[in-house]
Design a protein around this ligand. Structure first.
Ligand code: SAH
Ligand code: SF4
Ligand code: F3S
Length: 477
């Protein structure tokens, strides 16, 4: 978690956005040059690390989980909140020690912090050799070779075209069941609190055929779930070079769903201003498009939403939620919430709490507002809510969400869900874990015949706020 806040430490949060920095490896280590990579931030960053791994593999590098044995240490960084950047700087201290022991090791900073701070990073972090922004990963081999010659390598060029469509990602640390597919890059929205448009550049959509081909290839290799990634998937828009064919997000979803009925399709993130009924009908019509939508509200108050430049208000958001439940009655909805945005009053904070309750989210990612240099909010508004108030509001939001998640799960007792098995449960090797369509974690005892990648039907017997527990039943039981 990037915001390690005591009030939210115990809240189990389940998606990739909240993954701690992880060293991801491919498993096998070969002789020859080795790289070590740690990723922070959102799923897009984890997905990018897999693209970088592929680029490095072509140069003869293999991955290692031992940084002290590597020739190249990379850190894929996040700038979304101050704490995220602080965590990265702490890790750089650790890498510095490795480099002192093993002076030939190169250290590279990739991702959003590289883009935000550019050359400044080289000045501030003396032992960093390479700074490479999210659109410049193809240039890594050149940057490495100039760093080997003693020159610091920097490329933070942001592109209007780069989608890495032709690069087949190397699935790092994969369970062989779930995979990310980036369908677009960048963001053209200017939410006033957000640094992403500055670190990731303009929005662009990837060739639809390359996306479907990647999904088909993953399915053939045994993967059973793909998560289509973009900062605002609903604005996906691709046209064939001759302009004859136009593909929007609904049509892309359908094409990926048609790869196989046994390939589950998920996507993130949906923007309330752009999600269409056409997308909702596709989710309804294809059993393998999961009944789960991450629809961040950020605030439940229309004045704050306006200051955030989210371009929808409370009523618009409610209408979209109503449409979701009308078209897909058992759909789960999750959200992102920011507490203590500039000038937020107690009453406006109450509007956020009432929205969380009204929308019935199954889970939320919840953050105290952190001012980011260069954003519209930093330029236009005073960050005037003190940290204590932000955190108190955050803890109110967290507690409400935890209670609602629990209630939502309690309503699942007695229901039977189709579960995609992802592996052995953390707590006991006699139990397997997987997810249902609603993105809830389901744990159940195994008889030893079931393996990851299988679908089973599980009837729920007990729940916590984070997990459903049950037993396997035959589909029609
Ligand atoms: N594209 C996604 C969000 C990506 S960033 C969307 O539009 O919903 C993930 C989440 O981080 C955001 O939804 C927001 O809740 C949070 N976030 C972004 N900037 C932040 C900031 N300056 N302070 C606190 N939280 C922030
Ligand atoms: Fe940031 Fe808004 Fe873009 Fe999401 S939609 S990445 S919050 S600017
Ligand atoms: Fe962080 Fe960049 Fe993602 S700022 S949340 S890694 S797009």
């Amino acid at each position: 978690m990037y915001d390690q806040n005591p009030t939210i430490e115990n809240v189990k949060q389940q998606v990739a956005e909240e993954r701690q920095g992880e060293a991801l490896v491919l498993g096998e280590e070969k002789d020859g040059k080795k790289f070590y990579i740690e990723s922070y931030g959102c799923a897009m960053n984890f997905s990018d690390s897999e693209i970088v791994a592929s680029i490095l593999a072509k140069q003869g590098y293999s991955s290692t989980k031992h940084m002290e044995q590597s020739d190249l240490i990379l850190i894929n960084t996040c700038s979304i909140r101050e704490k995220a950047e602080y965590n990265v700087r702490q890790r750089l201290r650790v890498f510095d020690n490795v480099k002192r022991e093993r002076p030939g090791t190169l250290i590279g900073v990739m991702g959003c912090m590289a883009e935000r701070l550019k050359e400044k990073l080289l000045e501030q972090e003396k032992l960093v050799d390479i700074v490479v922004g999210p659109d410049a990963y193809r240039d890594l081999p050149q940057l490495i070779s100039s760093a080997e010659d003693g020159d610091k390598g920097v490329n933070v060029f942001l592109s209007r075209e780069e989608t890495y469509a032709d690069i087949s990602p190397l699935r790092l640390g994969s369970n062989g069941v779930n995979a990310f597919i980036s369908i677009m890059r960048g963001c053209d929205n200017m939410c006033s609190f957000c640094v992403v448009p500055y670190t990731r550049g303009r929005e662009r959509s990837r060739d639809a055929y390359s996306i479907v081909a990647e999904a088909a290839d993953l399915f053939e290799k045994g993967y059973r779930e793909v998560m289509l990634l973009g900062q605002n998937v609903d604005s996906y828009k691709w046209a064939s070079p001759d302009g004859e064919e136009q593909v929007n997000f609904a049509s892309l979803l359908e094409r990926v769903a048609l790869v196989s009925p046994d390939l589950r399709v998920r996507f993130s993130t949906s923007h309330p201003k752009d999600i269409t009924d056409e997308v909702l009908y596709k989710i309804r019509d294809y059993e393998n498009i999961c009944n789960y939508i991450h629809l961040p509200v950020q605030s439940g108050n229309s004045r704050i939403l306006k200051l955030m430049n989210r371009t929808y208000d409370r009523e618009w958001y409610k209408e979209r939620v109503e449409a979701i439940y009308r078209i897909i009655p058992d759909c789960a909805i999750s959200s992102d919430i920011i507490t203590g945005f500039c000038t937020e009053t107690e009453e406006e904070h109450q509007d956020t709490l009432s929205m969380i309750e009204w929308a019935g989210y199954t889970m939320s990612y919840m953050f105290a507002y952190s001012e980011r240099p260069g954003t519209l909010a930093a330029k236009k508004y005073e960050d005037d809510i003190d940290l204590k108030t932000k955190k108190r509001r955050l803890s109110e939001v967290v507690h409400l969400q935890q209670e609602l998640s629990h209630q939502h799960n309690l309503r699942d007792i007695g229901k039977t869900f189709k579960v995609l098995v992802e592996g052995v449960s953390k707590k006991s090797d006699k139990h397997l874990k997987g997810k249902n369509s609603q993105y809830k974690v389901v744990v159940f005892p195994t008889d030893g015949t079931i393996k990851k990648g299988d679908y089973v039907h599980v009837r729920i017997k007990e729940v916590t706020s984070a997990t459903l527990k049950g037993e396997i039943v035959t589909a029609d039981e």
